[in-house]
Design a protein around this ligand. Structure first.
Ligand code: GLA
Length: 383
């Protein structure tokens, strides 16, 4: 009798544990999921690949190498899923030759003229990795390092929290910078990015994300039919080496006017000096209402054949629209198709290029005791 009681008690305890575990597991209940696998090795470190899936089966893969979004599968208007971001199938592709596909960009996204800046009376020299200029954090920017990762399961979202310590003097930048980037995929079909950073010496920070989009599906051709809207009355013109001149000029009457939804291809080949310098679009737009500290509507993109629609909101004052002008067919992507000229585009929320040398632009200086914070949201739907 005692023995039966014992078994009975054990059975009840096990049953209770099982019920508690299943009721806590919101993720599987709502169809949300996060999986981890090994992607390879670099610099003697293991690189992981996380797969985040939300309740509508939107699936995003992120590797700890560069925080790269390697794949993002979105439904079209008929419910068919396609991968809408350019990239490689394996880690080696990213290590060998990556024009920043999908990566986190830092410590300073975009260009710094002559690869030099002065901060609190001291001049800093950086790598000249883009002609005479510094581009996207230098030779080994945040896109080429291994980030620590921690998966987080929320009520209606799944996140991957990435952290990287950029040491004092790394790539020429002052201060130990603790950078945290949280990628969140929500059940409302948004991809939210929260950036944070702190430093122990005055430094400069400008973090962004360099996903190349093709809403008709990666490898499906050029992006000239996508309809783009940018919530900006003005932009920052550049010189021949794509360094901002320091001016802010109106988009009115120029091919830079995307205030109403316009096909990217409509004026991309027009005889306009700014477009000639860049071989297409590769400019920073000055977002409207961006000085209110709130998250504002920045841009939207619609791809008519698939019906996919993407809206971008940000706390940043600027957005770089890059029409993939350096893609030249030398890269074979995930589906075995080559990425030709303008087969993908980027919309990089950011502070303005070369801000450290342009005191009239919003500041990118971060001091000890302060926290750099930035949020960008990509919202996906169809119409
Ligand atoms: C950014 C730059 C471009 C180019 C790409 C990467 O968008 O503005 O000029 O360097 O990155 O190829």
């Amino acid at each position: 009798m005692e023995c039966i009681m014992n078994y009975f008690t054990k059975f009840i305890i096990m049953l209770t544990i099982l019920i508690v575990i299943t009721s806590c597991d919101n993720s599987s209940k709502k169809g949300m999921n996060i999986k981890k696998e090994t992607f390879g090795k670099v610099d003697g470190k293991t690189v992981d690949l996380y797969t985040l899936t939300n309740s509508s089966n939107i699936e995003m893969k992120v590797t700890t190498y560069g925080g790269i979004v390697t794949s993002l599968k979105l439904p079209d208007k008929n419910g068919n899923f396609d991968d809408v971001v350019l990239g490689y199938n394996d880690l080696n592709g990213y290590i060998q030759k990556n024009p920043y596909f999908g990566a986190i960009i830092g410590r300073y996204g975009n260009r710094i003229g002559n690869a030099k800046f002065t901060l609190e009376g001291q001049e800093y020299s950086l790598a000249q990795n883009d002609g005479a200029n510094n581009l996207h954090g230098g030779v080994k920017g945040f896109d080429k390092v291994v980030w620590d990762a921690e998966p987080i399961i929320g009520q209606d979202s799944i996140s991957l929290k990435l952290h990287y310590l950029s040491k004092d003097g790394e790539e020429g930048f002052p201060g130990n910078l603790h950078a945290t980037v949280i990628y969140t995929l929500t059940n409302k079909n948004t991809f939210r990015i929260d950036y944070q950073a702190t430093t122990d010496k005055p430094t400069i920070v400008n973090l962004t994300q360099h996903t190349y989009w093709n809403l008709a599906g990666e490898g499906s051709g050029n992006i000239l039919n996508h309809e783009l809207m940018i919530n900006a009355d003005s932009f920052t013109p550049v010189n021949k080496s794509l360094i901002t001149t320091g001016e802010i000029i109106s988009v009115e009457g120029t091919p830079m006017d995307f205030r109403s939804s316009t096909k990217i291809g409509d004026s991309i080949n027009s005889d306009y000096k700014q477009l000639k310098y860049a071989g297409g679009y590769d400019h920073n737009w000055v977002l409207n209402n961006s000085d209110d500290g709130k998250i504002n509507f920045a841009a939207s993109v619609y791809e008519p054949t698939s019906g996919r629609f993407m809206e971008i909101l940000t706390t940043e004052p600027g957005i770089q629209f890059y029409s993939g002008n350096f893609l030249d067919g030398s890269i074979v992507g995930k589906n075995g198709k080559t990425y030709e000229f303008q087969n993908g585009f980027c919309l990089e929320t950011q502070h303005y290029p070369d801000s450290p040398n342009k005191p009239q632009f919003p500041t990118v200086t971060l001091k000890p005791g302060e926290t750099y914070k930035s949020t960008t949201i990509y919202k996906f739907s169809t119409k």
